[in-house]
Ligand binder design. Structure first.
Ligand code: SF4
Length: 276
């Protein structure tokens, strides 16, 4: 059909076919379809469940399956298309850290912080840990997870037969919110570019979100941490585990067994069996 003819309405078509029918035509020849460009396959959402469910907490089991694709991915999520040679990762992180040290996007945090808390650990780590935001100790020392909760985190790492230095550790925010309050959505959004760049540079195979603030912000979900844990998700090519924050474990020691189950799940996925 020529481009300049107006498109047929369904009524036009009905009348046209009725005319042919009245003229005794009962069958029309098959039209030759022009070659059409097929739509390309849609990219899979960056945040989706990894095809692994290994949950030992039968209490949570039915609820753990409620995550759906309506848990939308964060718009600015990085893609793992840019894999950096290991030699460049350290330099790239150091350049980014310098930029972060001068950042004043969150006016309140930039004026109250002692220093920015960028991240530490192996720039080529297989596992990345993400916490929520620096506390008083982290703000003073410029390193994430160094207070009481940090010491507990180190114990968890060592119980997994790893050293802290083998892991890359950072936070959702790089500045301490006054009074250790939770990061506001605006602050998390301001700092997201830096987090996504760190993920892109380190390119970890696994990410652990420690606590609900980390899980909620990384995966853009409102699902409580108790329902997120015990399962692997996916973000930017990495498998993501969400579990309780060490500071929650300090207040609620019985929850340590759930974190240990989560560590067992994480390492089982790597082919490593942790002792019970
Ligand atoms: S929290 Fe992040 S975005 Fe906000 S001022 Fe600090 S470095 Fe900048």
């Amino acid at each position: 059909m020529s481009d300049f003819l107006p498109p047929l309405t369904s009524r036009d078509l009905r009348e046209w076919l009725t005319g042919w029918q009245m003229a005794g035509v009962t069958q029309l020849p098959e039209a030759e379809l022009p070659e059409m460009e097929l739509p390309t396959e849609q990219a899979a959402p960056v945040y989706q469940k990894a095809p692994i469910v290994l949950n030992t907490d039968s209490q949570n089991e039915p609820e753990l399956l409620i995550s759906t694709p309506t848990d939308v991915p964060h718009d600015s999520s990085p893609t793992p298309e840019m894999i950096m040679p290991p030699a460049n990762q350290k330099a790239a992180l150091s350049r980014l850290a310098k930029k972060v040290a001068e950042c004043t996007r969150c006016q309140e945090l930039a004026t109250t912080r002692t220093q920015t808390v960028f991240g530490v650990g192996d720039p080529n780590a297989k596992i990345m840990f993400i916490g929520e935001a620096p506390g008083a100790d982290e703000d003073a020392q410029g390193e994430p997870f160094v207070g009481r909760a940090g010491k507990l985190l180190t114990k968890i790492i060592e119980a997994c037969d790893m050293q802290r230095e083998e892991i890359y550790i950072c936070n959702i925010l790089r500045c301490r919110p006054p009074g250790n309050r939770n990061p506001s959505p605006e602050e998390a959004s301001h700092c997201r570019e830096y987090l996504d760049k760190q993920i892109k540079i380190v390119n970890p195979e696994y990410i652990v979100c420690w606590g609900s603030v980390a899980a909620k912000n990384l995966l853009d979900t409102e699902t409580p941490i108790g329902k997120m844990r015990g399962e692997l998700y996916e973000y930017a090519g990495a498998k993501v585990l969400c579990t309780y924050h060490p500071s929650y474990l300090l207040r609620n020691p019985p929850a340590k067994k759930f974190v240990w189950e989560d560590m067992q799940l994480l390492f089982a996925d790597m082919g490593i069996t942790l002792k019970s």
